[in-house]
Design a protein around this ligand. Structure first.
Ligand SMILES: [Zn+2]
Ligand SMILES: [Zn+2]
Length: 302
């Protein structure tokens, strides 16, 4: 099989942050490509999708791609109206994301491209567009196989596990790792001791299921948006404190973690500081995990 690569086109969460102080990490919102030979899967359509679309126009080997949306919050779809291949007849695009049916997925994506919010509707797209039906068996695309499951983020949000040539990339852009424990802590006064024990047992079960989804991944791209100070104010918002993310990756035996969905309020220095703390935690736990900041433009060979 020809070589597979991961490339980061947008690494920012919530909204774009094109400030001079942030550009070492990158200002564009979520968009990551996984390329295996001539097959291209794109995870999310944030503003990073726009330069990816422009680059695709400079080559002729690829005319087809699959875009997986984790969910439909703006930071994950707002590049789509400016994705030029969709407006060209020679392109074949497949779209998938949360939804009971393919037409529900179509509706979610089309709704942002309506007057007066955008002058051109998806009906004007010239590319051959296919919305994929949900399938418990996952999706196969060329040499890649995609499985997915719901994660902890407001509304229905998916994480994706992509297997290619014996390697695995897991993409979980928005997820609150410690969701259950955080909820129990927050409402501690409302539960009896017995209820609290039951809730904790459920939380442990949930955590095991979550760990299984990412277990042994060669590459895990995961939400690491908050500092501990941020997290005390934003529990339940559906994003992780980076300390929880790094511990979660170690517990699941992940080989390489990419800290992702950086907070727009965090400049390059802040993200570097959070990364240094992650390395300290890894050393302290005696783990082998490789931990890297997901930066715009970074290309990783699988
Ligand atoms: Zn997001
Ligand atoms: Zn979101």
């Amino acid at each position: 099989m020809s070589r597979a690569t991961v490339r980061f086109w947008g690494v920012r969460g919530s909204h774009a942050a094109p400030h001079a102080t942030h550009l070492g990490v990158g200002g564009n919102t979520s968009c990551v490509e996984v390329r295996a030979g001539d097959h291209l899967i794109v995870c999310d359509g944030g503003t990073g999708l726009i330069p990816l679309g422009d680059e695709l126009l400079t080559q002729s080997e690829i005319r087809e791609l699959l875009v997986l949306f984790t969910h439909y919050h703006w930071d994950h779809i707002c590049g789509l109206p400016f994705f030029v291949p969709a407006f060209l007849p020679q392109w074949q695009l497949k779209f998938f994301g949360p939804g009971q049916t393919a037409s529900e997925i179509e509706r979610h994506l089309s709704n942002q491209m309506k007057v007066p919010y955008f002058p051109v509707e998806t009906g004007n797209w010239m590319a051959d567009i296919e919305y994929l039906e949900p399938s418990a068996a996952g999706l196969s695309y060329g040499p890649m196989h995609v499985s997915y499951q719901s994660v902890h983020h407001p509304g229905v949000t998916y994480g994706y596990r992509i297997a290619v040539g014996g390697k695995t990339v897991v993409y979980v852009s928005d997820n609150e790792v410690d969701f259950m424990h955080a909820a129990i802590e927050q409402r501690a006064g409302e539960f009896s001791e017995e209820e609290r024990e039951q809730m904790t047992a459920i939380a442990e079960e949930e955590r095991d299921a979550d760990l299984n989804f990412i277990r042994g991944a060669d590459i895990l791209i995961h939400d690491a948006q908050y500092t501990p100070e941020d997290y005390t104010k934003k529990r339940g918002w559906g994003h992780s404190c980076y300390i929880d993310t790094v511990n979660y990756a170690i517990d699941a035996g992940v080989k390489a973690l990419y800290l992702f969905h950086h907070d727009p309020a965090h400049d390059d220095g802040k993200v570097a500081e959070m990364h240094q703390h992650c390395l300290k935690i890894i050393r302290h736990r005696g783990a082998q995990l490789i931990c890297t900041i997901a930066r715009e433009g970074l290309v990783v060979e699988l």
